[in-house]
Design a binder for this molecule. Structure first.
Ligand code: TZP
Ligand code: MG
Length: 205
């Protein structure tokens, strides 16, 4: 897959008065190079509507577009890929369905990271690094020590996620992360573009 540095995931609960597409476009202008539609509440028609709109937006800007959980939606809107958790359909099963599209896998321990790498994941999520209120089915934070372990042991691209803020990202970068993902810190910001630019300037140091 094409490499990326700053990964934004949708979280509409963090901008109740702003339009999804407007917020994600601001993130793209700020330098986000991959976007994931993550929506645990909408029904299929609503999901498809959002996915189509985000596909159009990301195509216009040349940004990678990933759909969380819903392989059918990803295929229907021709997203670039899907992101799956440990409890979702297995990677080999997903690969049969998506072919060459990107498959990202959430991991919380080195054993999961190894398996994802061995099974052909295109990238892995590494986290939650810090405590986060964004994910309901919370796994305990894995800390920057897991970021360090993955940096030292895993060859495929990884993105650090979970409770990452401008105020703590330096520590995550120091542990070896070169790609960062955030939900609330980006889409909940009163200056989405500025927040993305600030993340990138830290990543580029
Ligand atoms: N997966 C691991 S942590 C997380 C997901 C989707 C939520 C991250 O949200 P935030 O607001 O950046 O902590
Ligand atoms: Mg999932």
């Amino acid at each position: 897959m094409r490499d990326f540095r700053l990964y934004a995931i949708t979280g509409e609960q963090f901008h109740p008065n702003r339009d999804l597409i407007e917020v994600m476009e601001e993130a793209i202008v700020g330098g986000v190079d991959i976007i994931q539609l993550r929506d645990k509440t909408s029904g299929k028609p609503e999901l498809l509507r959002k996915a189509r709109a985000l596909r159009e937006l990301t195509r216009k800007h040349g940004v990678i577009f990933i759909v969380n959980d819903h392989i059918d939606v990803a295929m229907e809107v021709d997203a670039d890929g899907v992101h799956l958790g440990q409890g979702d359909v297995s990677l080999p099963e997903a690969r049969k369905l998506v072919g060459e599209k990107i498959i990202g896998i959430s991991t919380h321990a080195l054993q999961e990271a190894w398996l994802a790498q061995q099974q052909g994941a295109d990238y892995i999520g590494v986290g939650p690094v810090y405590r986060t209120a964004t994910k309901a089915d919370v796994v305990d934070p894995v800390g920057v020590s897991y970021v360090r372990e993955v940096t030292q042991n895993i060859r495929i691209p990884f993105v650090a996620i979970g409770g990452i803020k401008l105020s703590n990202v330096d520590e995550v970068i120091a542990a070896g992360a070169t790609r960062i993902c955030a939900v609330s810190e980006i889409v909940g910001s009163s200056d989405v573009r500025g927040t993305c630019e600030a993340f990138l300037s830290k990543l580029n140091k």
